[in-house]
Design a binder for this molecule. Structure first.
Ligand code: 4NP
Length: 144
């Protein structure tokens, strides 16, 4: 799960998908394309909405996406078009590029809709993001 800062959207996506899969079978992680928040906990507003929905994401720490992630993971879900460009730029070949998917294409196939960045908004933005990621992650587990 990849976003820009790895403190708002992708930590929620990581927590939500983890809660829906068998950890012995599926490894889930998140990262940011930017490095400003490496080592930090998720944004308090992401922690709060996750907690309200019954998930604890406080043990997550920010990290930056790297080319090594293409070796480690079969699927790379990005939150928006800007993340998509940044991640694809780091791909080594077509096989890497094919792993990168817009997460909301799970619910709006082919539309390339962004998960809006809630960083500069209020708490409602985080709840909206949570709900769209929850729906997308349900779709992911249905085919995974
Ligand atoms: P995220 O939100 O990409 O959903 O984690 C952001 C968090 C921080 C910044 C940008 C986006 N920032 O510029 O610090």
């Amino acid at each position: 799960m990849v976003c820009l800062g790895n403190i708002c959207r992708s930590p929620l996506a990581e927590g939500i998908l983890k809660s829906k899969v068998d950890p012995d079978k599926v490894q889930v992680d998140s990262a940011g394309t930017g490095g400003w928040h490496v080592g930090e906990r998720p944004d308090p507003r992401s922690i709060a909405i996750a907690r309200k929905m019954g998930l604890d994401i406080t043990d997550q720490r920010g990290r930056k996406f790297s080319t090594y992630d293409f070796e480690q993971y079969d699927h790379i879900f990005v939150m928006d078009n800007s993340n998509y460009r940044d991640v694809v730029r780091l791909a080594n070949d077509d096989s890497d590029r094919a792993k990168v998917k817009m997460i909301l294409n799970e619910i709006f196939p082919g539309e390339n809709v962004d998960v809006p960045d809630p960083y500069y908004g209020g708490d409602q933005g985080f709840e909206n993001v949570y709900n769209m990621l929850d729906e997308a992650c349900e779709k992911i587990v249905s085919w995974l």
